[in-house]
Design a protein around this ligand. Structure first.
Ligand SMILES: NC(=O)c1ccc[n+]([C@@H]2O[C@H](COP(=O)([O-])OP(=O)(O)OC[C@H]3O[C@@H](n4cnc5c(N)ncnc54)[C@H](O)[C@@H]3O)[C@@H](O)[C@H]2O)c1
Length: 223
């Protein structure tokens, strides 16, 4: 680590890593790669909980080549009707998510129900052999977490929690830069979440500062 790294060279490095100001949403996710998909490469998914979030993130999953939505479960019929309008009449719909889990042609599910269902549906899904992308929070009660981890391990399933903020490429790149000594000695951490949305009435930006040699600061996002 060099303490002589200049501000100019740091900014160059940062820009290369797209953490420069003005970076768009694209830096939050890996862009799908263009490639040919054979029938065997297809990943068939289902959405469980087609509310605001489920309808919002499923199109992102469908941008990945080879991913196909085949079924939607929701306890509210209006959401099922809307799902067919959006994704086509061929989409199978049900009020009972267990019907989806019993299908052998579904590889993975998105769980975007309210929080109190996350643990139960995720565990059931992994026990049924499905990989799971579950919205945050992973569980509602802390002790439910062990059951989810156990189900993932026991069934060798992929389980991802939708705290997209902490999965962001921005943080990966910041970690790399830090490890490479790009900023020299760490003296202060300032974290900031800017949100210029007229539709969400939360204070924005929210910033925190801490000076070091203090431990790294953990921070949770509650959107
Ligand atoms: N990661 C993020 O940034 C982010 C943002 C918003 C919401 N969320 C999370 O996403 C989840 C959903 O939030 P939302 O705003 O979409 O809520 P919502 O109420 O709009 O949608 C939830 C849907 O789940 C359905 N549902 C309820 N119980 C069900 C069950 N047993 N089986 C099938 N469907 C069921 C409801 O009918 C509803 O359509 C929450 O856990 C929330 O914390 C995450």
């Amino acid at each position: 680590m060099s303490n002589t790294t200049s501000r100019r060279s740091f900014i160059k490095l940062a820009a290369a890593g797209t953490i420069a100001a003005g970076a768009t949403d694209r830096v939050f996710a890996l862009e799908p790669q263009e490639r040919r998909i054979s029938a065997g490469d297809k990943i068939r998914i289902a959405l469980i909980g087609a509310g605001g979030r489920g309808m919002g993130i499923t199109p992102s999953a469908l941008r990945v080549p080879g991913v196909e939505l085949v079924a939607v479960a929701d306890v509210y019929d209006g959401r099922l009707i809307r799902s067919k309008e959006v994704w086509g009449q061929q989409i199978a719909t049900t009020r009972d998510y267990r019907e989806i889990l019993s299908r052998s042609d579904i590889d993975a599910v998105i769980v975007a129900t309210p929080d109190h269902w996350h643990s139960q549906i995720s565990v059931d899904a992994m026990n049924a052999g499905k990989d799971v992308y579950c919205e945050k929070p992973m569980v509602q009660q802390i002790d439910e977490g062990n059951g989810v981890i156990e189900a993932a391990r026991k069934n060798s399933r992929i389980f991802q929690v939708g705290s997209q903020h902490v999965s962001s490429l921005i943080y990966q790149k910041a970690k790399e830069l830090l490890a490479a000594g790009a900023i020299g000695k760490l003296n202060m951490i300032e974290a900031c979440w800017n949100r210029n949305s007229a539709t969400v009435s939360r204070p924005s930006p929210r910033c925190m500062t801490c000076s070091t040699g203090v431990k790294p600061m953990a921070r949770s996002k509650t959107l």
